[in-house]
Design a protein around this ligand. Structure first.
Ligand code: GAL
Length: 417
């Protein structure tokens, strides 16, 4: 048979095959709605659509994802969960126990996830020995973002200790700048609290407090110091902080209104989207006093059981894409995080990401690598919620007593266990 007629038969056979045999739909729940984070998630959408699948975006705005998790519960209760949802840390186990999550072992085996991922990450992604979620990235929570131009104008020095941090804040204030851009939302308050705790308690006691939930550490003298530092820090937050989104706070540092922001490295997504260069337009410093430690926050997409075979195929392709080197490279450069694959080429990444990767590896080797409490890595969502309540009430009451707060923290955690 001539080549052309063979081709013609092949083409007509292909056109006879229903499209649905090749393509499915994936509905993906996430809360990546800021300008920079949307750019990152758009890269995933494109990679999935390039494979012929339909992407159904299920974005629920709200930093930290509390709103998204509430919406997800409603959808799951009505028997209609999305194909994939950004569910993180110990929460994955809770969803697994409900029997709702799909197994990804086939994709994981073919792509050798066991060899590509750090063991701590594998544990979190599996339920009952099966992969039920795919990790997207590694975010570091204990960062301080500064505007060097504002620092220079104020004669302030980039801080490496907590004392230096307050000294810089005083200089910024005296020069008429907002020292610290902060958004008064519970998860942001607790992000700051956790950074202070990591520095003042050190990684071992941080772990005892927020992973082991050890009463002695939760109520100890160091924890009282953490609350006292949080109270002092509140003095550098402006009166309009209530309800402010984290990316609006980032914008205040970027446009020179404020000098600093305490935030995880998703903040970098906003700087990157604005075309700003790490190291010159802005600087990322480990939160003062936490050098050598790394509070990790791993984003992951958990997969729900689906009935439709085409949609299951699309779901597996989504998982494979997320662990692929192209996605890990492009998404993470836009998102501010570092790749979760240990073998990833980092040469295209900026100075902050390079430092993050080096610090991640060093911290993993010396005990400094600890799970973020504020971002659902350390404890259940119930414990996280209890901490949020105590920390935010304390933060908003200038007369609150740090000693009482530490007792309340332990009591609130005990009540939800
Ligand atoms: C975290 C999430 C990040 C980022 C941040 C702000 O919980 O892991 O990816 O989106 O919230 O919303």
């Amino acid at each position: 048979m001539k080549l052309m007629s063979r081709l013609a038969i092949a083409v007509s056979l292909t056109s006879l095959m229903p499209l649905s045999a090749l393509a499915g739909e994936v509905e993906v729940l996430h809360w990546w709605t800021s300008g920079g984070e949307k750019r990152a998630v758009d890269t995933l959408q494109k990679l999935v659509e390039d494979q012929g699948h339909t992407w159904k975006d299920f974005a629920v705005a709200g930093g930290g994802g509390e709103a998204a998790m509430t919406v997800l519960k409603t959808r799951a209760v009505s028997g209609n969960p999305p194909a994939a949802a950004q569910i993180k840390g110990p929460d994955i186990q809770e969803w697994g126990e409900l029997g709702l999550l799909a197994k990804l072992d086939g994709v994981a085996k073919a792509q050798q996830w066991d060899q590509l991922l750090p063991p701590q990450v594998i544990d979190v992604m599996q339920f009952g020995g099966h992969y039920v979620a795919v990790p997207v990235n590694v975010h570091r929570v204990n960062w301080l973002w500064i505007n060097p131009e504002v620092f220079a104008k104020a004669g302030a020095t980039p801080p490496t200790t907590l004392d230096e941090f307050f000294a810089a804040a005083d200089k910024l204030k005296a020069a008429g700048f907002m020292p610290l851009a902060h958004g008064g939302q519970p998860w942001q308050d607790s992000t700051v609290f956790e950074d202070l705790a990591l520095g003042l308690l050190g990684p071992d006691d941080y772990r005892k407090a927020f992973v082991d939930l050890d009463r002695e550490v939760l109520t100890g003298a160091k924890m009282v110091e953490v609350f006292a530092a949080l109270q002092k820090l509140h003095g550098y937050v402006d009166a309009n902080a209530a309800g402010r989104d984290w990316n609006s706070a980032t914008a205040m540092v970027m446009n020179g209104k404020a000098g600093m922001q305490i935030m995880g490295d998703w903040a970098k997504s906003e700087w990157s989207a604005a075309g700003k260069q790490a190291g010159s337009d802005y600087q990322c410093l480990p939160f003062p006093g936490t050098q050598g430690s790394f509070a990790f926050n791993i984003d992951s997409l958990a997969m729900f059981k689906l009935g439709d075979a085409d949609n299951r195929k699309a779901q597996e392709d989504l998982a494979r894409t997320v662990m692929g080197t192209e996605f890990q490279n492009v998404f993470n450069q836009n998102k501010g995080s570092i790749p979760v694959r240990l073998d990833q080429d980092m040469s295209g990444f900026d100075a902050c990401a390079q430092q993050s990767m080096a610090d991640f590896k060093a911290a993993a080797a010396n005990g400094g690598l600890q799970p973020s409490l504020a971002h659902g890595m350390a404890a259940s969502s119930y414990v996280q919620g209890a901490v949020f309540d105590v920390v935010t009430n304390f933060f908003n009451d200038p007369k609150a007593d740090p000693k009482v707060a530490a007792q309340q923290l332990a009591a609130a955690i005990e009540a939800v266990q």
